[in-house]
Design a protein around this ligand. Sequence first.
Ligand code: SF4
Ligand code: SF4
Ligand code: SF4
Ligand code: FES
Length: 944
Amino acid sequence: MTLLKEHDLGTPARPGAATVELEIDGLAVTVPEGTSVMRAAAIAGIDVPKLCATDTLASFGSCRLCLVEIEGRRGTPASCTTPAEAGMKVATQTARLEKLRRGVMELYISDHPLDCLTCAANGDCELQDMAGAVGLRDVRYGYAGDNHLGVPKDESNPYFTFDGSKCIVCSRCVRACEEIQGTFALTIAGRGFSSKVAPGSGDFLGSECVSCGACVQACPTATLEEKSVIDLGVPGRSVLTTCAYCGVGCSFKAELRGDEVVRMVPYKDGGANEGHSCVKGRFAWGYATHKERVLTPMVRDTIADPWRETTWEEAISYAAGRMKSIQDRHGVGSIGAITSSRCTNEEVFVVQKMVRAAFGNNNVDTCARVCHAPTGFGLSQTFGTSAGTQDFKSVDASDVIVVIGANPTAAHPVFASRMKRRIRQGARLIVVDPRRTEIVRSPHIEADYHLALSPGTNVAVVNALGHVVVTEDLVDHEFVTERCDPDDFATWAAFISSPEYSPEATEDITGVPAAELRAAARLYATGGNAAIYYGLGVTEHSQGSTMVMGMANLAMATGNIGRDGVGVNPLRGQNNVQGSCDMGSFPHELPGYRHVSDDAVRHQFEQLWGRSLDSEPGLRIPNMFDGAIEGSFKGLYVQGEDIAQSDPNTHHVEAALAALELCIVQDLFLNETAKFAHVFFPGTSFLEKDGTFTNAERRINRVRPVMAPRNGKQEWQVVCDLSGAMGYDMHYEHPRQIMDEIAATTPTFAGVSFAKLDELGSVQWPCNDAAPAGTPIMHIGKFVRGKGRFVETPFVPTEERTNRRYPLILTTGRILSQYNVGAQTRRTKNVTWHPEDLLEIHPYDAEERGVVEGGWVALASRAGETELRAHITDQVPQGVVYTTFHHPVTGANVVTTEHSDWATNCPEYKVTAVQVRARVHAVSGPVSPGLSSDRPGTDVPALR
Ligand code: SF4
Ligand code: SF4
Ligand code: SF4
Ligand code: FES
């Protein structure tokens, strides 16, 4: 169990090796130079009373409660704003200080409702604690004068309330929103007695607030309070676990009252988030107990039959019997499985083991196929490892940040906050994206260059950047000579120097002005530590793998790899994409990215598992679909993935699923894929899982069960049972034993165990004898593959072309409040902000088609047609339209095509030629309230 409240040292830690020694209340204490007296005292075990200070925010010095006396100095300075000095003698408790503090507290309390016993924060309120700490016994001032007691509550946010009557105007919320979140949604309006916290001119919901919860976390009183705490009461215990949404992998304390989760509080010592959160992890966890969760196994003979609830035993034996029968009739290779990046490493490991040992083939693939497979391929070809190079903290040391095909404020919000902080400190920013995403220009940050390329021309842009680096001799020759293969570099340099790759020659293709591109290349190459962060806007293209290699070339040529502040970093979509790939989910790779044809590796697994393993790669997801339609692939087990909604060209996917003889779906809800299933295994939510997730920075985090599995079985147990019923016994008592097997067979995980994770909190792989505490930054001194490998990256335009019939390009992405196919977030109050997918269209394109704001449009491609409502915005360039794919009713993937990355088959979600037509449509319902704060009709950028 984790402590409910971590010790708050009052002001942030100061970096640096130099220290000072001082004396506080007679105790000697040594602290880093620049540390506040308050923090030094706390380190010495003396907590000075405080209200406006907290160790997550820069000191502010407004409440005057933390006064101390310092020998030889006049007055009573605030300890939170006074730096500790060598030889200082500080007294924190004297009669004079006590009197002063009581006076301060008296003033606060005289304008505070004295309803402590019925207040939702009773027992969890710093004002209450401080009244006790300073020994306040009575308040001399009555309530007769002016006060704030009648201020109305703002309850507009679905997750927290703002009760201004309890506000002490300490400004912690305002500073949290600025310093931690970087949204600047709050201000202190007015002066003196009338000063108050204000979210713009209206309420929280209508403001720029993105509901990250940082202000709620920082508030020392019940002014900003989670509604769940108001409803359920103050929690009494907590369990440390990991968010199950995006690849940032934030650590949270699940705080409980009895067995009920009251709130999720971001963990201050969390390696990935250091106490910050976004609206999804902080608030959108209610889906775990949603009434639509299926908790009982179900079977049916055909997909036309109704579901029949049954026992686990019958469901498993039914599934195994039908799978074996398919293999008897159609061969060993006629069945397979798809693993999920939403499941734990342990759950994924057992699925690929079941496929290889029980099914007897390599027909296992993962949803990473449709997102970051090109990352694995591209980075392993160039650097030797299928993973990003840095930890998130590294961006604090970046001088130039390049964001390519990623929208971190929407998809990786906690990392985005860190990155924006670095930009506010002065780092330069280059954004490569067709859309004007929030980081291009938002309050307090602005990109130096926004290369608004035409969708599908990434490789032309990266080649042009490389061209400038080589032809203007901005190459880091020392790095290249020492660290990279000289022949490969020479070949690449000759290739990239070709005039056809110059910014001027490619301007017409990319749409990026040559001068701007040249300037961006110079900045990247010469601006100090330069780091690349990229997302699915890089990988989900027909040249996704080429682009990953192009970025790796650029980083090597400029020496931006192998130290703090630099690197090439995929922002992984789902919580465990990295882990599901690491675990051997690909049909050609055993755990640890080792090819199935490698005899030595295969023999190691064969000996351990007692089965001979297939040395031929199995089927990828698209091959499984094609095989199903052709009739050679008949049985599929799908672990926690709604492929009917998330994979491209829905009609084709549905045809494949409908052709299967047996489809087993394991999930929380009856999703779109389950419509084609014959067996439904209820899944477990992250609050029930026991295992590990690996985030985008290779950080392995523990996922600890907060409640018993509501379906009665952990998912790894279900897989073991299914495997056993198919004739191959897998037996584990606890998921820690699965991790032990992973560690025993996978060199990069050799030092990982649940015990080590409990001890260190988290570790970044490689974790082994050479790096027992893990590896935050890779390729220091030497690339994993030895010499860095430059690869030629010719630009090949996608086959998906616009024409008169389909003149626009559709690109897709995510929004902050929703997550992927929305199975979880749609079942939470996050629908307040994004109740439907909308089509963003440029004003010119809209006018040409008679499309009006909020009006229905038909969106058609060569693959299919759907309809949704339009939002007219110049955030998309002319000729490009954009939508999200969070709502099955829209089915945005009905229109995406089967074009895919040449190396990995990752679908080309980001480029689909489409036409948009205005629909004369009876509006099916009132314009949703969410639209008023999220999209059409206003420019409020809430929860984008
Ligand atoms: S919840 Fe809203 S107001 Fe509070 S810190 Fe986050 S963005 Fe700012
Ligand atoms: S809302 Fe809370 S954190 Fe903000 S000023 Fe008021 S008391 Fe301080
Ligand atoms: S940033 Fe990602 S991991 Fe962190 S709380 Fe949000 S969704 Fe969860
Ligand atoms: S805690 Fe130091 S002035 Fe408020």
